[in-house]
Design a protein around this ligand. Structure first.
Ligand code: ADP
Length: 277
């Protein structure tokens, strides 16, 4: 059960009144060869706000702290994780419907639909239930090797697909990614309500593209207007974990598939929060 560490994610063998039971959907089970200790969902109100880059950077940050880290790319129609890590293929079938994830240079385990397609530019035109089914299989049919922290790059929004994914995976905490324009109360409120519905703790907010730094004078410029992170965090009682600037070096790292060599500590407070779970 979610309230203690002995959850088997099998409601039929447990009588606890926890989130798995409340959602009415039993949590998917890992295969016997897998081990995942904590699952952190990275969510956003809409696409394009930097959910994937935050997921990737969180994974790198935790890996540098000597944890074994996995990324489950649940953003099936817009998978961006393999690109950030230059991950291609590397998924090996083990028979009996099991497969290994791709393992990056620094040892991060990744599963994404793009690792399974012959051409990464092929669009995935599946309907909601099929998408949710694929995400569940990434959890159940992949051999996750002793993962301490699994980051799930959630499908954007708070619609049917993210909700099903949320209900099917045993998520221990979520990080909400927003941008100053996206950080309208409504978007955060929706994410907060979804987390409450699932009985999942919110670790905090990450405001991405919060500002830009002038290369000549070093002054911070609020391109999208004043940050609303603190006010919104206060309103919902959620900590602000990070304010990430628009940083062209980040774009370049993602484009080169070299996010593992990033040299910033934008997410160190967020990593502390994850460690404290
Ligand atoms: P999402 O997962 O929310 O759709 P992405 O993480 O894929 O968004 O980000 C969209 C694009 O913006 C990517 O090309 C990414 O490299 C770029 N990007 C995101 N955040 C930043 C940032 N803080 N600085 C520079 N580029 C960024």
């Amino acid at each position: 059960m979610a309230e203690n560490n002995e959850c088997t994610h099998d409601c039929s063998t447990c009588g606890a009144d926890c989130s798995s039971r409340k959602s009415g959907i039993p949590k998917e089970q890992l295969n016997p060869m897998s081990s995942v200790k904590k699952v952190i969902g990275v969510v956003s109100g809409k696409g394009g706000v930097g959910k994937s880059i935050v997921t990737s950077m969180m994974a790198v940050e935790m890996s540098r702290r000597d944890y074994t880290v996995g990324i489950l790319d649940a953003d099936i129609t817009g998978p961006s994780i393999p690109k950030a890590f230059n991950a291609k293929g590397g998924v090996v079938s083990l028979g009996e419907n099991l497969m290994t994830p791709h393992t990056t240079i620094s040892g991060i385990q990744i599963m994404s639909v793009n690792l399974l397609l012959d051409e990464e530019t092929k669009p995935v035109v599946w309907r909601g239930p099929v998408i949710a089914g694929a995400v569940k299989q990434f959890w159940t049919d992949v051999v996750w090797n002793d993962v301490d922290y699994m980051f799930v790059d959630m499908p954007p929004g708070t619609g049917d697909v993210p909700l099903t994914v949320f209900q099917s995976l045993p998520v221990d905490g979520i990080i909400i990614v927003t941008t100053p324009q996206d950080l309208v109360t409504m978007v955060v409120e929706k994410a907060v309500n979804m987390a409450k519905l699932m009985n999942v703790p919110i670790l905090g907010l990450v405001e991405n593209m919060s500002y830009a730094v002038c290369p000549d004078c070093g002054k911070a410029i609020n391109i999208f207007g004043e940050s609303k992170a603190e006010a919104t965090g206060k309103q919902y009682g959620i900590p602000v974990l990070a304010k990430i600037p628009i940083d062209p070096r980040l774009t370049a790292l993602v484009d080169k598939g070299s996010i593992e060599i990033m040299d910033n500590n934008y997410l160190s407070a967020a990593a502390d929060a994850v460690e404290g779970l």
